[in-house]
Each structure stands twice: as structure tokens, then as C-alpha cells.
Design a protein. Structure first.
Ligand code: ANZ
Ligand code: ZN
Length: 802
């Protein structure tokens, strides 16, 4: 037979599959929806790291196909956002044009993967027919009171000249450009995701997701229980309410801290402190919230005023410090330096008394060197509460506080409403009209999409308005309610808007009447498996869950969680674990590898580099080994297929073990060991072929098993074996446990736990017979008094002698 020629084979089948798709909806098969996180069509194209996720999802899709499903496996483009816009600013090319060119190039590259994408389902978030529905969802949210305007200090990137959501600020820097993020007071559109906080938290239980991701989401939502306690300001009418999760420590509160933005911050200053207080408030306004949370030396200023601790009447100083955030809890805290690290550090620095109120063994520590932060121990220095167990008191205290009339039991969330406006050009226009009489009025639904007008300059104005503000004929309009002169909203939506719901659109992407027809949604949704990078563990997934719940609530769909199962693949890095990027010059393009080794080899090598959930360093030399394996496999099947060999017991055993190993490893997503399994079994079968030959049925099963991984070679071999239908019309082989059983096993023979010999026995041999044989093997090494004889079936005999 001719040797393996990947080029000819891959070309042939690619063409064939185009004319005869292997994944068709016959209306009878059950559906399986396997979704990739859709890419941003960047100018630099795909590298081998991008391939990994797409290969994993295609393997999984083809596996489901072979299990009798109609697989929904779509692809599309998340194409609004900053990179295209920044490119437009630099080169003067309209973002639409550069985006279209990038999509064309990436689509060509993606087709090299030979995945079973259904391009009829393609979506593009920048297509007005798509963003019509992104705007429609906004209008629906507005009508339900979930989209609202707010004047607020937001994270501001001075370089991108746009507002950023908290999520887009990483270590105090802009996620996009790396510039230091500051604050700016701007009118913003907000989405009330907090209205869904409880459901977003509780429904995590429904999901078959990695525990790690669920935990990250739960932490982001950050639900905590505690109490609000009211402290009177000494000598004034004012009251300061604090939020605490540790009301049990109330007797230990020796000072208070307010966020510099707190409404009383300035007022509490006295003549002596006023200057310092105002300067401190000003300095804090320049920092981002993320900066403030970070662990660095505490700063603060004494206001000059005192408050009264309501539990014991103690007079405590009121300070300002930027480690207290204005928008969490009440923006004011009671400080218990003995039991909180940050308060301890602050008290040490500013010489504030530290009173221990919880002691591990009931005894006070003489010189505290650090806070005692455990939420268990015996209460001390706490009046009536002395002697109580603190963990119990923690639960009880909110009620006691409520009964005393000094506060109330509360719940808090870290989750904030979502800053949904961007002062940029390349995004969905927010479909709102501002009328001097009617206020903010939504664009009528039947007038959507509100299309993005052409502009001449893409630069953000830097004034906090988007470039759209400069286009008068677009901005000036009539109020949809009263017909008077009005102005359009000029902010656009963030890049997350389209990606929060795109997965609903694929299955009905040409529907002009509805976002998705309910009939189709009921039939084909939700997503069964979602595959993508772990960098989206919090935001994208949280936003998508929020949108899905909202669309469920208004009856568009009938389910409230979008993604049943989630798999996060690890990143492929360059040498030494460095992220692949154009700027580092370590990008490996798949194009050359496909040419030299073939798509099948690259697909399998992408899996072979390591456990798919972990990062892996790219080492090109390994692909040769995978290619050699496919060459051997090809030769094995071609040489043996027509020999008419009958399967003996040994062959049956190998066949069923092969099916078992590949199937279980695949089900566990242990895809790298699937590839090594194929290599090992191919060696075994090649050795058997040299002796008595290999039967056709075993070869056929092996080819079907290989098909999701290396579809072209599998299809070629399948045809060569005389089949007219595609290998993907087959059913995934099943294994027979009986046939897999070993007849004989080798066991270890020990004396007093030390290995002294080996023994081959029948797999089912009984204990007495095995022990007798083991003693024979040991012979005169058995020279003491036997006190115990142990047999671990199929593994070890251990004789204990004295
Ligand atoms: C007294 C206390 C004693 C506290 C103690 C902790 C330990 P989580 O669990 O994250 O909700 N806190 C409240 N509002 C804050 C704000 N705006 N900025 C910074 N810190 C704030 O944390 C709640 C705890 O964080 C609260 O409980 C409060 O400090 C602090 F031994 O109150 B605690
Ligand atoms: Zn009006």
C-alpha cells in the first residue's frame, strides 16, 4: 500500500465533507449543543494556543455525533471593542473594514482545523441585524427598571479615555492598555445586576462547572451576613452607621474609620484638623478602588471628632482612611484592632488602644503582636457577653443588637451594579433619547437597530463624551413620546454586551421578528457544553447568566442558566511559560505545521502537550512523534484489513481494553492520555500483526475511536476498508468487561513486607491455592514461625514470620 500522505487525504476529505456534511439535523436525533467561546477577530490571527480550545471542542462534538446526537457547534465573532477602534485611530481605517478583513483571515485559519462548525449559524456582534437585539434587550431592561442613569465616580482610564468596569481594572491598571486607572465623576448607564445577586449565587448549585470557577463567582458576588450598628457622634446630632460581619466584637471597637467620600467626612473636621482632612480627601480621590484595597502601608487622618460605642458608652475617635471603601456596606466601619488585621495595623501605626475581646483559652494575651482573627474563642472584656463562645455570639449578636435598638441584622454583597456605558465609538449605541420634557426615553422597539453612524474621527473626546457627540445630524432627533427636539444618548455599550447573549442567537440567526423563536429555543437550548479559557471565569460567565435569567423572566426563553457544563482549557505558552504574543515574538502559527505534518497530526499534538485543563509549553519537536504514530496506524490498518484474520481471545481482549481506555479517558477529559493510549495500543497491535495478524473488526473499532481526533485519516481508512458511509455515521463502539479480563496475573510475594519473589497465577485462582504456590516460590527462605498469611487478591502475598 502507499504510505500515509496527509496532504492528499486531508484535501480529499475536506472537499468531500463540504458537499456531504457529516453532522445533519434529521429532526429525530436528540440535540447536543457544544459551544466555543467566540473569538475576538484580532489582526494577528490564530496561533497554536487558539487551536487548543477549538480542537478540544471539536473532538467533544464529534464524539457526541458518534453517540447519536445532532450536534450544534457554531462559531461567530465578538467584534466590537477597543483593539479595532485603537487600530482605526492609528491607521485611519474604519473599524468595520479592519474587522471584516480580520474575520476573513481568521475564518480561513479556523477552517484549517476541520471542525464541524455550521457556518450557516454564524453571528457577528457588530452586524446591525445582531446588535438590534443587543439594543432590544437594553430597552427591555430599561422598561423593567434594570437600566438606569447615575452620576458617579467611575474608574477612568486616562489613556483609553473611557470609563471602565471594576472588572476591567487589574491591579489598579487598565486591562487593555496598562495605564494607571483614576477616578472620574460621570453620568453613567448602569445595569442592575445586583437585583439578581441571590439567584446568581444560589443557582451555582445547578451547574456542572469546575468547583474553582463556581467559587470565583461566589466570591465575586460576595454575600456576607452581619449587622448594621449605629454610633452617635459625641456632641452632635449625627449618627454613623457601620456594617460589620463581626458584631460579636463590638466591645473591642476602639475607633471608627470612614471612607474619605463619606458624607460626614468633611463635617466631622474641627478647626485644628480641617486642613489635613481636606487634603486627605483630595489625595484619596485620585486613587482607584483597586489601589486602595491593596496591601500597603495604611494612611489616615483623625477628624477631631468622637463617637460613642453604643454597647458600652466608650468614647472612640473617628478617623478617615482610604482602606474603607465608600461603596461597600455603609462606607464606615467600627474598628476592632485586636481581631482584624487591617485595623490592627492601623491602630499600631497611629497609637490607638487595642482591646482583646476574644481569647482562645479565655486568657488575655499580654502584648499582642498580631490580630487574633479566628472566629472562635471565649469572650472577654465584653460585659454581659463575657464567657460566651464567640462563634455562637456572632450568630446571635445581630438579634441582640436589634432588640437593644442600636442597629439591625443585614446582608451585604460585594457585587456592584454594572457600569454599562463607554465613551467610545466602536460599540452598540445605547438606544435612548434625552428629551427636555420626558427625560430618558427608549428608542421604540420597532425602530431598532439604531445604527452606528459614520464618523470622521474615532478619537475619544476625553471630555467624557463619545465621538458620536460630534455628529449633529445624528445626535439631534425628536422625542419618540412628545415629538419635541431631543438628543440621542451618545455613549455606547461595553464589549460584554453582545457576548452576554450571543449563544442564544446562533440557532435562529436570521430571525427578523424575534431574538430567537421560542420554539427553537425550547428545542435546541441551552448550551450543554461550553469550552473556553479560564480568564472568563468571572465576568463573561456572570454577565451571561444575568442576561439569561432576565430573558427567562420576560419569557423569551424557558431556562435560567445558559451553560450546563463548562470546561476551561489551559493556555499554550511559549518557552519558559511566556504568553504567546506578537510583541514577544514567540507566536507559533499553525499554518506551517498543518502544511508540514497535516491537520490530523496538529490536532492530536495539541491534545498530547499536556492535561487540557493545565497550561502547557509549546515544544514543536513533539509533533513529529504524533505524525509517526499516524503513519504507523495507517500502515497497520492498510496492511491488515484484507488478511481475513479471525479474532482470538487475546485480540478480543486488546480490542475491548482499547475501547474501554479511550472511552473512559475521553469521558474524563483526559485527552492527552487518550493520545498516548492510541500510541501504546498501536504498538501492541503492530506487534500482534507481525505474529498472527489483526482482525478487521478490531481495526474498524480503532478507526472509529480515532475519528474524533484525526477525522481525515479515519475517514480515509474507513473508506479503504470498504465502507460507503462516512465513519461519522457509525456508532461509538462499546466494550465488554468479560472480554477484557486477564486470564493470568503476576503477583508479588513478600516476607515481612519485603519482596522476595514473583508468581504468575490464574486471575480467578482461590486464596489457598495462591498461598500454596507462594510458599513453593519462597522455599527455604521461609525459615521462621509463620504468624500470619495475607493475600491481596491479584496483587500481593505477604507471609509474616518470626
Ligand atoms: C468589625 C470587625 C471586627 C470586622 C473584626 C471584621 C473583623 P466582608 O466579609 O468582606 O463583608 N468593612 C465593612 N465595610 C467596609 C468598607 N466599606 N470598606 C472596608 N472594609 C469594610 O467584610 C466585612 C467586614 O469588613 C466588616 O466587619 C468590616 O470590618 C469591614 F474582628 O467590622 B468588620
Ligand atoms: Zn419628550
Amino acid at each position: 500500500a502507499t504510505p500515509y500522505n496527509h496532504k492528499a487525504i486531508e484535501q480529499k476529505w475536506r472537499k468531500h465533507w463540504q458537499e456531504h456534511p457529516v453532522n445533519v439535523n434529521d429532526g429525530k436525533k436528540p440535540k447536543y449543543y457544544c459551544l466555543d467561546m467566540f473569538p475576538y477577530p484580532s489582526g494577528s490571527g490564530l496561533h497554536v494556543g487558539h487551536w487548543r480550545g477549538y480542537v478540544i471542542s471539536d473532538v467533544w462534538s464529534r464524539y457526541k455525533l458518534l453517540n447519536g446526537y445532532y450536534v450544534i457547534h457554531p462559531m461567530g465573532w465578538d467584534a466590537f471593542g477597543l483593539p479595532a477602534e485603537n487600530y482605526a485611530i492609528k491607521m485611519g481605517t474604519h473599524p468595520r473594514i479592519s474587522t471584516e478583513a480580520n474575520i476573513k483571515n481568521i475564518k480561513r485559519q479556523i477552517n484549517e482545523i476541520s471542525a464541524i462548525y455550521d457556518w450557516d449559524m454564524e453571528v457577528n456582534t457588530t452586524d446591525p441585524e445582531f446588535y438590534k437585539w443587543t439594543q432590544w434587550i437594553f430597552v427591555k431592561m430599561f422598561k423593567k427598571g434594570l437600566a438606569y442613569e447615575k452620576q458617579m465616580p467611575i474608574n477612568w482610564c486616562p489613556s483609553c479615555k473611557t470609563g471602565l468596569a471594576n472588572e476591567e481594572v487589574v491591579n489598579g491598571k487598565c486591562e487593555r492598555c496598562g495605564a494607571d486607572v483614576t477616578k472620574k465623576n460621570l453620568r453613567q448607564w448602569m445595569l442592575k445586576i445586583t437585583a439578581y445577586a441571590d439567584r446568581l449565587l444560589a443557582d451555582l448549585d445547578k451547574l456542572d462547572w469546575p468547583e474553582k470557577v463556581k467559587k470565583m463567582q461566589a466570591e465575586w458576588i460576595g454575600k456576607s451576613h452581619g449587622a448594621e450598628v449605629n454610633f452617635k457622634v459625641d456632641g452632635r446630632d449625627d449618627e454613623i452607621t457601620v456594617y460589620t460581619t463581626r458584631p460579636d466584637t463590638l466591645h473591642g471597637a476602639t475607633f471608627m474609620v470612614l471612607a474619605p467620600e463619606h458624607e460626614l467626612a468633611k463635617e466631622l473636621a474641627t478647626d485644628e484638623t480641617r486642613e489635613a482632612v481636606e487634603e486627605y480627601i483630595y489625595q484619596a480621590s485620585l486613587k482607584s478602588s483597586v489601589d486602595r484595597m491593596q496591601d500597603k502601608e495604611k494612611t489616615g487622618v483623625f477628624t477631631g471628632s468622637y463617637a460613642i460605642n453604643p454597647i458600652n458608652g466608650a468614647k472612640v475617635p473617628i478617623w478617615l482612611s482610604d482602606y474603607v471603601l465608600a461603596d461597600y456596606g455603609t462606607g464606615a466601619i467600627m474598628c476592632v484592632p485586636a481581631h482584624d488585621d487591617r485595623d490592627f495595623e492601623f491602630a499600631k501605626k497611629f497609637n490607638i488602644p487595642i482591646i482583646q475581646v476574644i481569647a482562645k483559652d479565655g486568657k488575655e494575651i499580654e502584648n499582642m503582636e498580631e490580630a487574633y482573627t479566628e472566629a472562635s474563642g471565649i469572650m472577654i472584656n465584653s460585659g454581659d457577653w463575657n464567657g460566651k463562645e464567640s462563634s455562637e455570639l456572632k450568630e446571635e449578636a445581630p438579634k441582640i443588637i436589634e432588640e437593644m435598638g442600636i442597629g439591625k441584622k443585614t446582608t451585604n454583597y460585594k457585587l456592584r451594579d454594572w457600569v454599562f456605558s463607554r465613551q467610545r465609538y466602536w460599540g452598540e449605541p445605547i438606544p435612548i433619547v434625552h428629551c427636555p420634557d420626558c427625560g430618558a426615553v427608549p428608542v421604540p422597539e420597532e425602530e431598532l437597530p439604531l445604527t452606528l453612524p459614520e464618523v470622521e474621527k474615532y478619537e475619544p473626546t476625553g471630555t467624557g463624551e463619545s465621538p458620536l457627540a460630534d455628529i449633529e445630524e445624528w445626535v439631534n432627533c425628536k422625542c419618540p413620546v412628545c415629538g419635541k427636539d431631543a438628543k440621542r444618548e451618545t455613549n455606547t455599550m461595553p464589549q460584554w454586551a453582545g457576548s452576554s447573549w450571543y449563544f442564544l442567537r446562533y440557532i435562529d440567526n436570521k430571525n427578523n421578528e424575534e431574538l430567537v423563536s421560542r420554539e427553537k429555543a425550547d428545542k435546541y437550548l441551552p448550551v450543554d457544553m461550553y469550552i473556553g479559557g479560564v480568564e472568563h471565569a468571572v465576568l463573561h460567565l456572570l454577565y451571561s447568566r444575568f442576561y439569561t435569567k432576565f430573558l427567562c423572566d420576560i419569557g423569551v426563553i424557558d431556562f435560567d442558566e445558559p451553560f450546563h457544563k463548562l470546561f476551561n482549557q489551559g493556555m499554550i505558552t511559549g518557552k519558559n511559560g511566556i504568553k504567546m504574543s506578537k510583541s514577544k515574538g514567540n507566536v507559533v502559527s499553525p499554518d506551517d505545521l498543518v502544511r508540514d505534518y497535516g491537520c490530523d497530526s496538529l490536532r492530536m499534538y495539541e491534545l498530547f502537550v499536556g492535561p487540557p485543563e493545565l497550561d502547557a509549553e509549546w515544544d514543536e519537536s513533539g509533533i513529529d512523534g504524533v505524525h509517526r504514530f499516524l503513519t504507523r496506524f495507517y500502515k497497520l490498518v492498510m496492511d491488515q484489513k484484507d488478511k481475513g484474520v479471525k479474532a482470538d481471545k487475546e485480540l478480543l481482549k486488546v480490542r475491548h481494553k482499547l475501547i474501554y481506555d479511550i472511552t473512559t479517558r475521553l469521558n474524563n477529559f483526559s485527552l492527552n492520555t487518550v493520545v498516548s493510549g492510541f500510541m501504546e495500543y498501536t504498538n501492541t497491535l503492530t506487534a500482534m500483526a507481525k505474529k498472527d495478524g489483526v482482525d478487521k473488526e478490531t481495526l474498524e473499532d480503532a478507526v472509529v475511536l480515532l475519528a474524533p481526533f484525526a477525522p481525515h485519516i479515519a475517514e480515509e481508512l474507513w473508506e479503504a476498508m470498504g465502507h460507503e458511509d462516512s465513519v461519522f455515521a457509525e456508532t461509538w463502539p462499546t466494550y465488554d468487561e468479560e472480554a477484557m479480563k486477564e486470564d493470568e496475573v503476576e503477583i508479588v510475594v513478600q516476607i515481612n513486607g519485603k519482596v522476595k519473589g514473583k508468581l504468575v497465577i490464574a486471575a480467578e485462582e482461590d486464596k489457598d491455592s495462591v498461598l500454596a504456590k507462594a510458599k513453593e516460590v519462597l522455599g527455604d527462605k521461609l525459615n521462621g514461625n509463620i504468624v500470619k498469611e495475607i493475600y491481596v487478591p491479584g496483587r500481593i502475598v505477604n507471609i509474616v514470620q518470626k
